[in-house]
Design a binder for this molecule. Structure first.
Ligand code: SF4
Ligand code: SF4
Length: 215
């Protein structure tokens, strides 16, 4: 979600997403909980205004201290202490003020790790009816492929996303993606199973990669 440093971004044109292999290394770290994502959002706040619930875990004491308790609700199907931050009648997060996050330095982990380039990377469509701003942004990102490793990694991620769509029923039940976000995340997690020339989709290799990267 929106990075504070605002780059110069035109209204409709393509936006550089960076070298693919570098981005992939960063998003894998973010998904593993090591870092936040540093997305060059520019003036975009689409994901803060697209009717999304923001999950906050009990250990996020800094974020919880900066959000009024009245805006937080128990997170469905999660243990006690997990909460969600909702949105207003316009679909906007209540912490969004004057076009920016009012608790930027204290924002929840969900916001720190959200990176809409993951959809572009995986070739996964965002529902334009539900999240038109995010869908527009996803269409504008352009990754660089300065070396063969960049292109090979990108091909592997896209193959993994296709596999996740076409072979979901061959995955363990708790790994089956239920929505575009989960499919894109799964593609990142299992893409190495698709990186051998001529390799994949191989359900057994995918299962091995799931165990290595997820559980
Ligand atoms: S939709 Fe993407 S570019 Fe826009 S604020 Fe969210 S993460 Fe940043
Ligand atoms: S907490 Fe901040 S970054 Fe997160 S959704 Fe709300 S406004 Fe956006």
């Amino acid at each position: 979600m929106p990075a504070r440093s605002l780059g110069r971004v035109t209204e409709d044109g393509p936006i550089p997403a960076g070298p693919f292999a570098d981005w992939l290394a960063g998003i894998e770290q973010a998904l593993d909980g090591g870092t936040g994502s540093d997305v060059p959002c520019g003036p975009c706040t689409a994901c803060c205004s697209s009717s999304q619930f923001v999950h906050i875990a009990p250990d996020e004491t800094d974020a919880l201290a900066h959000i009024p308790a009245a805006l937080l609700f128990p997170a469905p199907m999660l243990p006690r202490g997990h909460v969600v931050l909702g949105y207003d009648e316009h679909g906007c997060c209540p912490m969004l003020a004057d076009g920016a996050c009012s608790i930027y330095e204290h924002r929840p982990r969900t916001c720190r790790t959200y990176d809409c380039r993951i959809f572009t990377a995986a070739g996964v469509e965002v529902d334009g009816a539900e999240q038109p701003g995010v869908a527009r942004r996803v269409r504008r990102w352009r990754f660089d492929h300065p070396g063969p490793a960049d292109q090979a990694a990108h091909d592997a991620v896209r193959s993994a996303a296709r596999f996740a769509l076409e072979h979901a029923d061959e995955l363990p039940p708790d790994a089956r993606p239920a929505n575009p976000v989960q499919r894109a995340v799964l593609a990142i997690r299992i893409h190495r199973a698709f990186s051998e020339p001529g390799g994949g989709p191989d359900p057994e290799a995918v299962r091995v990669e799931l165990v290595r990267r997820w559980r």
